[in-house]
Design a protein around this ligand. Structure first.
Ligand SMILES: [Zn+2]
Length: 167
């Protein structure tokens, strides 16, 4: 199931989603897939920011969201702070990252390009294909509420993917 693009992001959500997109470009410049994530507290403090580094580390779990969540753990950010925080992701979280967001207790997600549109860039190569389970299916199964907003700023989020995947 696909959702229409969210065109009413407020200034703050737009600012931090663009920051996640900047991280997606930074990751790509280092030879990784272009994905970025930023976690921001209710008070507006950036708690963690990261890019996907799976290509440079060889760690398939090194997605932008999981890397950001590991940084939160290293900083021992309290669960109640995370429940009122937002994770901004340059693309729709994959099934692994949606699970990590659930376990982190982060209460809100804003993402850029959705998985369906991203598949146009991934193409049909086996190792580039994703598991086709929406992040919302994971969040909807959660006993605590996880608000999910996206896709948003799709064209801006998509730009990092142009030419970044093998044909
Ligand atoms: Zn992921």
């Amino acid at each position: 199931m696909s959702f229409p693009e969210e065109n009413n992001l407020d200034e703050r959500d737009g600012r931090y989603l663009r920051k996640a997109i900047v991280w997606s470009h930074a990751g790509r410049r280092r030879g990784n897939r272009p994905f970025g994530a930023v976690v921001v507290s209710e008070a507006g403090e950036v708690l963690a920011e990261a890019y996907c580094d799976s290509t440079e580390t060889g760690d398939c779990t090194g997605h932008a969201e999981t890397n950001a969540i590991r940084l939160l753990g290293a900083r021992k950010v309290p669960r109640d702070v995370l429940a009122r925080s937002t994770i901004y992701s340059s693309s729709e979280p994959c099934v692994m990252c949606a699970g990590a967001i659930f376990w982190s207790a982060i209460g809100r997600v804003v993402y850029g390009i959705d998985a369906e549109r991203l598949r146009v860039y991934r193409g049909e190569r086996g190792e580039q294909r994703d598991a086709q389970l929406s992040c919302r299916d994971v969040f909807d199964a959660s006993p605590h509420t996880i608000e999910c907003i996206g896709p948003a700023l799709v064209d801006e989020a998509a730009a990092a993917h142009i030419g970044a995947w093998k044909e």
